[in-house]
Design a protein around this ligand. Structure first.
Ligand code: PLP
Length: 387
């Protein structure tokens, strides 16, 4: 039986070309990048070349910073906690207020909750039934002491895209000193993104979402924004992050972005085509299916649906027997089927939330995979409904 991987939002397989570069680095570049002799210098060159490439991919300014980290989660923590710690170190009595959305990944939500325990005031902005951010609520929640807003670029569960450029512009009109951070973990590699076009102050992303090695992320920081490190140690990563760098991982991240860049248009076209095909076929094969999230403004690779009368875990179990890997709710919660805070925030009823499953397609998905998957959903649903 084939195995068909339809969970590219959870993670992506390593691209074979990236793997070749990684093997080359692991075999031939063994030095510590901080060492001054030849082996160290070779590693340092690879890291700095990777940094320049990633910065150019983002359209970042030459004096902007790009810090390599161990994950998207670490980048998000570094941005948010690092910025707040810096402000607190200047004036520890200042009462700070920060804003995010109710549908962020737990990497952001739990960082906000941690900061609440440190006395920081927080606001969570809701969404409407279509998954659109309540812009008026966001703008009216800005106060004199608001110092940071963190809003994701696209949602990992539904694929709904937030109008980040507009969000940044509207916030800056109210107070240009508010730092805007974005979790663009699901955007990079799937959708066009440029700092020039979308002038966020900081953004976080993660290599394993775009066919690089797991355990690698990066944080972009605009020139002039100061943050404190959250991992204390050596002076690596320009003093923003202690710890010997993961040279092979960093190379994998840059190489994976090079592949994304070189094939961006073609890949987007393919994913859009396959995503629409998936939805059309599913809607004609199975009745009482509902698409979750925004019907138009979404990553077309992400298909989050609820099928009336079918519990997500039962369907996923059946699909697994057919060789299909998909997920329910957020796969980043260690695969645990906890109720999705994202779907609940849409105001969906409990049955719709409980039946939601997410298929996410990617670079190696084919038309045959989709035919097979839709057929497997159809057969599983028929079976489950007949019980
Ligand atoms: N943010 C979003 C939107 C994600 O989808 C994920 C992972 O699924 C993360 C953050 C965390 O990234 P990482 O797994 O690299 O820590």
């Amino acid at each position: 039986m084939p195995r068909i991987y339809l969970d590219y939002n959870a993670t992506t397989p390593l691209d074979p070309t990236v793997l070749e570069d990684v093997c080359d680095v692991l075999k031939n570049v063994s030095g510590n990048p901080s060492s001054l002799y030849e082996e160290g210098r070779s590693a340092r060159i690879l890291i700095e070349d990777s940094r320049q490439f990633v910065k150019s991919f983002l359209d970042a300014g030459s004096e902007d910073e790009l810090i390599f980290t161990s994950s998207g989660t670490e980048s998000i923590n570094l941005a948010i906690v690092g910025y707040i710690n810096r402000l607190m170190s200047v004036n520890k009595d200042r009462k700070l207020h920060i804003i995010t959305s109710a549908v962020e990944h737990h990497a952001v939500l739990n960082t906000f909750q941690f900061l609440e325990t440190q006395g920081i005031e927080t606001t969570y902005i809701g969404i409407n039934n279509f998954g659109e951010l309540l812009m008026d609520d966001l703008l009216s929640s800005i106060k004199e002491n608001t110092v940071l807003v963190s809003i994701m670029g696209a949602n990992n569960e539904t694929g709904t895209i937030f109008p980040l450029k507009n969000i940044v512009n509207e916030i800056k009109k109210i107070n240009e000193n508010i730092v805007v951070h974005s979790d663009v973990v699901q955007v990079i590699g799937k959708h066009f993104f440029s700092i020039k076009d979308t002038p966020v102050d900081m953004c976080s992303f993660s290599g394993h979402k775009f066919y690089a090695m797991k355990g690698n992320g990066a944080l972009y920081i605009k020139k002039g924004i100061k943050i404190d490190p959250i991992i204390h140690g050596g002076h690596q990563e320009r003093g923003y992050r202690g710890g010997t760098e993961n040279t092979a991982g960093i190379v994998s991240l840059a190489k994976a972005l090079e592949i994304v860049k070189n094939n961006a248009e073609e890949n987007l076209k393919k994913i859009n085509y396959l995503g629409s095909m998936f939805l059309d076929k599913l809607f004609s094969a199975v009745d009482n299916v509902r698409l979750n999230g925004h019907p138009v403004n979404r990553l077309k690779n992400t298909i989050n649906i609820s099928i009336d009368g079918i519990k997500a875990e039962t369907l996923l179990f059946n699909l697994d027997l057919y060789g299909i890997s998909a997920s329910a709710g957020s796969a980043c919660n260690a695969g645990a089927l906890v109720k999705s805070h994202v779907l609940e925030a849409h105001g969906y009823d409990a049955a719709r939330v409980q039946s939601a499953i997410r298929f996410s397609i990617g670079r190696w998905t084919t038309e045959d995979d989709i035919e097979y998957a839709v057929n497997a959903v159809k057969k599983s649903v028929l079976k489950l409904r007949s019980l």
